[in-house]
Design a binder for this molecule. Structure first.
Ligand code: FE2
Length: 196
């Protein structure tokens, strides 16, 4: 049985994405949720670890969500409950000489390689950044759906900088160059990638 908080995050995320009415985002996310419903991966082996940047940023974003329309408060509660078990990491390519970015971001895999649930056919993860931080341009073969859980802006090569707002959705087609940045407050976002 999948951890109940993790399952709750997935169920609520599916509701949020479905409610967006964004056809390509919904189609990509349904690949992820369909695979998650079909089977459960092995429990992950990574020890939980928080990075210093998580202090205050995660809490501030979750506190803000508590005052938003349902299901965002429920999603914040489930994420807050699951967060103690996750391993936050810096991006693999981040270098300690690359400040302030190096100390101003954290990613965690909830489901996927190194996640709470180990599997290779999809990734569900989370990113947090404090105010005034840019996550560098990057690209990857799988398409990607973000759920914004805070303010912040997203960009891709086919879209100007866009602020979806808490509970808003961003879709990145396969391989497209994309980035995100926080404004005056932290950025917290979930991401969903079907890995073919
Ligand atoms: Fe990405």
């Amino acid at each position: 049985m999948r951890d109940s908080n993790l399952q709750q995050i997935l169920d609520l995320s599916q509701r949020v994405i479905a409610a967006s009415g964004q056809a390509r985002a919904v189609a990509a996310a349904m690949k992820v949720f369909g695979r998650l419903a079909a089977k459960e991966g092995a429990r992950g082996a990574e020890a939980a670890e928080r990075l210093p940047v998580c202090q205050h940023t995660v809490e501030a974003a979750l506190a803000d969500l508590a005052a938003r329309p349902s299901p965002l408060p429920e999603l914040a509660t489930a994420f807050g409950a699951a967060e103690g078990g996750i391993r936050w990491n810096r991006r693999k390519t981040a270098r300690s000489t690359d400040e302030p970015f190096y100390s101003s971001h954290a990613n965690a895999m909830l489901i996927g390689p190194g996640g709470l649930e180990e599997r290779a056919d999809l990734e569900v993860g989370v990113t947090v950044m404090p105010a005034h931080t840019v996550y560098p341009d990057h690209h990857h073969p799988p398409e990607e759906v973000y759920i914004a859980l805070s303010a912040g802006e997203w960009w891709n090569a086919a879209m100007d900088w866009t602020e979806p707002g808490p509970g808003g959705i961003i879709y990145n087609p396969p391989g497209i160059l994309h980035a995100m940045r926080s404004g005056d407050g932290p950025l917290l976002a979930l991401w969903f990638l079907p890995v073919d």
